[in-house]
Design a protein around this ligand. Structure first.
Ligand SMILES: *[C@@H]1O[C@H](CO)[C@@H](O)[C@H](O)[C@H]1NC(C)=O
Ligand SMILES: *[C@@H]1O[C@H](CO)[C@@H](O)[C@H](O)[C@H]1NC(C)=O
Length: 404
């Protein structure tokens, strides 16, 4: 009994230290935007004042496989992009992207190929003045665009699970600790082939943080409707990484500044249960080809002509699912399921970073996708500001997770 008091006191001190440390941390939340070649639009400085990192997407991966390469084509230059953001903003070059997998396989294959790739990353950083890179290999170990192509099946890519951390390590060795390395990683557990308790430690040894793509969580490979950027599915994705050993403050939550639609089955009335309703076949089971029954467009895109009426109805009549956490609408005439984030949905989703997780921050795909109104960016700005003022709450929940 005698030593109960000191122990109790000790716990209080530890708790206080965690709260203080984490309140501090809350002020340093990462706030990342992808800036894409498709929508190279940056709003006025005041709206991007608190953006900590910008990842310019994309530079093709294949150019890093040529020894001594010295041309670095990108839709913009670092010098053009940098003055559009706050002075301290870290400017990264995002390499790869959906469908750009072959070159990463080539790069990862041997110690020699990994070094060629890594030396070229260093040469690119030196030549462009970028502060770091974001590796968008979608995905190491398989399940990418080519996952049904003979020779590129998941079984052919099993070796990549071990090679991926080695590629990251080679890049870190080449560019040193001062430059930023992040990786965009899949948000669906079914795609996390290379992200397991045995690989996570070596991945995390080389990267500064992971951008967990908690969007496209419904895609053409699904058979029932889901929220593509939904709260519940996002939490499941994040938890899979935390459970595999990713430190919470190295995990960033992904936001989507775009809308998705899916064709539901012709013979099924989804009106009673629009979420979880059967879709049409959206991907060719043999070739993996897109059958045109699902699609996406950003807030900056013109709404495709044949979808405009249905989307107007969705915006007018869409509802927020309090269970799954996502805005949706089912159009019974067109048999279309719509999934997107309203400003309110974004505020709720950003709350995940603080409430219960103590995550490192958020990122969005992408900044210009929200032009010209930037309403979703504004909502994210507000939500991030709100997180900063609730640092204590972040500390408390982090304590729960780390089970002192
Ligand atoms: C969708 O249906 C196909 C064909 O029945 C099946 O092979 C596939 O696993 C299903 N996908 C999901 C995500 O359930
Ligand atoms: C940036 O952060 C500061 C400090 O929290 C806040 O006062 C300001 O409104 C934020 N700016 C934007 C655009 O969110």
């Amino acid at each position: 009994m005698g030593n109960l008091a000191p122990r109790w006191l000790c716990l209080v001190f530890i708790f206080a230290a965690v709260v203080v440390a984490h309140a501090d941390k809350a002020l340093e939340l990462r706030y990342i935007m992808y800036l894409t070649g498709q929508h190279d639009v940056v709003p006025e400085q005041s709206l991007v004042a608190n953006i900590t990192h910008v990842a310019l997407a994309f530079m093709r991966a294949e150019i890093f496989n040529n020894p001594g390469h010295n041309e670095w084509p990108l839709f913009t230059t670092i010098d053009d992009a940098r003055p559009k953001f706050a002075k301290e903003t870290v400017i990264q070059v995002a390499i790869g992207g959906w469908g750009d997998t072959k070159a990463f396989s080539t790069a990862a294959k041997t110690a020699e190929s990994r070094n060629i790739f890594a030396e070229n990353v260093k040469a690119m950083l030196d030549a462009t003045g970028a502060d770091g890179i974001d590796i968008d290999w979608e995905y190491p170990g398989g399940n990418g665009e080519d996952y049904k192509t003979p020779g590129h099946l998941n079984v052919d890519k099993a070796w990549e699970t071990d090679a991926y951390p080695q590629l990251l390590a080679a890049i870190r060795a080449a560019i040193g600790p001062a430059k930023t390395i992040s990786a965009a990683v899949p948000g669906l557990p079914r795609d996390m082939l290379a992200f397991t308790p045995s690989t996570i430690p070596s991945i995390m040894a080389s990267v500064d943080f992971l951008n967990i793509m908690t969007y496209d969580l419904m895609n053409r490979r699904d058979n029932v409707t889901k929220h593509h950027t939904g709260l519940q599915l996002s939490i499941e994705g994040i938890d899979a990484y935390l459970d595999a050993g990713v430190p919470p403050d190295k995990a960033n939550l992904g936001l989507a500044f775009y809308v998705k639609w899916f064709k539901t089955a012709a013979d099924v009335d989804c009106s009673a249960h629009p979420v979880g309703c059967k879709t049409q076949l959206m991907e060719d089971p043999g070739t993996g080809a897109d059958l045109g029954k699902a699609g996406a467009f950003s807030w900056h895109d013109e709404v495709p002509f044949d979808l405009a009426t249905s989307f107007a109805k969705a915006l007018e009549n869409g509802v927020y699912d309090e269970v799954g956490g996502g805005q949706y609408y089912w159009d019974g005439e067109e048999r279309l399921f719509w999934s997107w984030d309203t400003e309110e949905a974004i505020r709720k989703k950003v709350g995940v970073v603080g409430k219960g997780k103590g995550l490192g921050g958020v990122f969005a795909w992408g900044l210009g996708e929200d032009a010209p109104k930037f309403d979703h960016l504004r909502a994210t700005n507000d939500a991030m500001k709100n997180l900063e003022t609730t640092g204590e709450e972040v500390g408390e929940s982090y304590r729960e997770r780390s089970e002192l």
